[in-house]
Every structure is written in structure tokens, then in C-alpha cells.
Design a protein around this ligand. Structure first.
Ligand code: SF4
Length: 323
């Protein structure tokens, strides 16, 4: 039976913003993440998708407690990381790591690769110097880099190589969960596939569990077991990969899928063009947050908030069309 590694319950991350000039006494918030719940089974990859600004990166950081959530709980292997003593949280931190989007900004330019990857081993493990040396050479092998590169600085590498270094640093302490935050978006298309394959190989080798955040549906199709779609801080659909791509239930999911480029020009695909921009998360629309752009909008969508409903087949969706 599948075992849940991560369980996120009613997570909110709201940021206070400057008050309305007409009603200065009224506090305003940017609701980057607004009451989301999901789980990830051990060894599984959950793809978290949506347009930029939908709150997916904030969700990833709040799950790891790199950002303090406004409300909600996050259970990693049964322990609520928002309810731990600081010493227990420090220990728990080595079970969850992150790989950032920008491999240029995420590595300290003044440190050699050796120090960058060794740092978490010094902080989180009791390995001796000799054991750390052995571990470093194993990690370089794991991510397909020559051991001699340990003595170089980040600026001496290409984007793809830097991301490999970021991945080596993330897996160094043998975490259970890794949040991959757009890990290939900043890379040349030619190296994206190599890095994605590496991420998959390492998952198999070390039984890793991934929360894979991306705006790129082709990437998520390649790598995820299940997919969660976010819009304006809320999850609007979760489904297994096959179900999601064959039979998306939420009109927003359908629009995202229709925008995936079709490599075969003979296969005609109807693209759903969404009208307008994503509304402000400070003042989200009433009712269904997607109603201002939904091609299937109905009257009730403007006033009634749709709740996530189980529609069978491991698929949940928040849309009045599926009640
Ligand atoms: Fe569209 Fe209405 Fe469904 Fe929202 S609830 S996605 S507006 S049909």
C-alpha cells in the first residue's frame, strides 16, 4: 500500500500589503497561497503547475518552512513541521531540501564546489573528514561531474553543470523530500532533458520524493506521477498524470494542456486562448477565482466559490461543472 510522505493541510501564506488609500483602516493581504491541501506518496513526484504568480513557489517554500505559513499544517513522515521544537526542526531540515530555478544565483560564487556541497554534510551529519571526502566523490559521480571539478568555482561551469552541483548539494544529506522549483526552466532546451533524466535516475537510486514546481506542462508530463494545478493561490485540480492529460476536468487545466506545442504538424490541436490577465491576488474575483477568464463561465460562478470535489478515478476538481 502506498504511504504518504508529505501531507499539506489548509496551508495559507498571506503577505500584508499597503492599505487601501480610501479605507486605510482595512488591512489588505496578498493571498499567495490560500488554503491548499494535498499529499505526496513516498517515492512519488507531484507536479505543481500554473502560470507564473499563481503561488506555486510560495507554496513550495512554505512546505519546507523556508517561509512561515500564515495558517495550516505540513506533515512530513507524520510530524507536523509547524509544530516542532527548534532543535527537532533543525534535525528535520535534513529530510527536506530544495533545488532552485536559477543555478547562477543559488550557488555562493566565493566558495569552491567542494565547500558548497560539503556545507550541509558538516551541518547535518557526524561524518568524519575522510567520510565526507568519500561522500563528495560519490555525489559528483551521481550527478555526472568529474571529481576534479570540486576544486573549481561556480563561475567556471555552464548552467546545466551548475544545476547538477545544486542537485548534488540537495541530495548530500539523503533527504526524503526535495522541492524542485523550476529546476530546468533557466537551462538551454538542449540540456533540459539531460537534467530531467538525472533527476529521475536519482529518484530511483535514492527513493526520493519530489514536489516538482513548474509552469511547463511538457516537463510535468515527462516527470510527474500526479499533477496539481494552481490558480490564484488555490488548487483547482489534482489528478494522475494519464487522467489529467486525457481528461482534464477544470477549464483552466484544459487551457494549459491545449497550449502544449504539438511536435507533429499534421496533428491539428485546438488551442484555448484565455482572455485577459491573471487577476490580482490582493483582490481576487468573487465566486470562482477563474470566472473572469473561463470560457465556460455560468452565472453562479460569479458568486459561488466551487469546492474541490472527488470526481472519481483519483481526480479532484473545483468547478461547478463537476458537482
Ligand atoms: Fe469556469 Fe465556473 Fe468552473 Fe469556474 S466554476 S472554472 S468559472 S465553469
Amino acid at each position: 500500500m502506498e504511504q504518504k510522505l508529505l501531507e499539506v493541510k489548509n496551508l495559507k501564506k498571506w503577505f500584508p500589503v499597503d492599505s487601501d488609500s480610501f479605507f486605510p483602516q482595512k488591512k489588505q493581504f496578498l493571498k499567495a497561497v490560500d488554503d491548499i491541501s494535498f499529499f505526496i506518496n513516498k517515492g512519488e513526484t507531484l507536479g505543481l503547475v500554473g502560470e507564473s504568480g499563481c503561488g506555486k513557489s510560495t507554496a513550495g517554500r512554505s512546505v519546507l518552512r523556508l517561509l512561515e505559513a500564515t495558517e495550516g499544517s505540513v506533515f512530513l513522515d507524520g510530524e507536523d513541521i509547524y509544530n516542532l521544537s527548534s532543535s527537532r526542526l533543525k534535525k528535520k531540515r535534513n529530510e527536506m531540501q530544495i533545488v532552485f530555478q536559477d543555478p547562477y544565483a543559488s550557488l555562493n560564487p566565493r566558495l569552491k564546489v567542494r565547500s558548497i556541497i560539503e556545507e550541509p554534510l558538516i551541518i547535518h551529519t557526524n561524518l568524519t573528514k575522510k567520510q565526507r571526502r568519500e561522500k563528495l566523490s560519490q555525489l559528483m559521480q551521481d550527478v555526472g561531474l568529474d571529481e576534479s571539478y570540486l576544486e573549481r568555482y561556480p563561475h567556471e561551469f555552464s548552467g546545466g553543470q551548475r544545476q547538477r552541483i545544486g542537485i548534488a548539494r540537495a541530495i548530500a544529506v539523503q533527504p526524503k523530500l526535495i522541492v524542485m522549483d523550476e529546476p530546468v526552466s533557466a537551462l538551454d532546451v538542449s540540456v533540459q532533458a539531460q537534467v530531467l533524466n538525472l533527476i529521475q535516475d536519482l529518484q530511483e537510486k535514492y527513493q526520493l520524493t519530489y514536489l516538482f514546481i513548474t509552469h511547463n506542462l511538457s516537463v510535468v508530463k515527462h516527470i510527474s506521477n500526479r499533477i496539481a494545478v494552481m490558480y490564484l493561490g488555490k488548487i483547482v485540480e489534482i489528478a494522475d498524470r494519464e487522467t489529467f492529460f486525457k481528461d482534464p476536468k477544470h477549464p483552466y487545466s484544459g487551457a494549459l494542456i491545449s497550449a502544449i506545442p504539438e511536435p507533429n504538424p499534421k496533428l491539428k490541436k485546438e488551442r484555448v486562448i484565455l482572455q485577459g490577465d491573471v487577476p490580482s491576488p490582493v483582490n481576487p474575483p468573487s465566486g470562482c477565482p477563474f470566472h473572469t477568464r473561463c470560457p465556460l463561465v455560468m452565472d453562479r460562478c460569479k458568486s459561488e466559490v466551487p469546492q474541490l470535489k472527488d470526481v472519481g478515478n483519483n481526480q479532484i476538481v473545483a468547478c461547478h461543472l463537476h458537482e
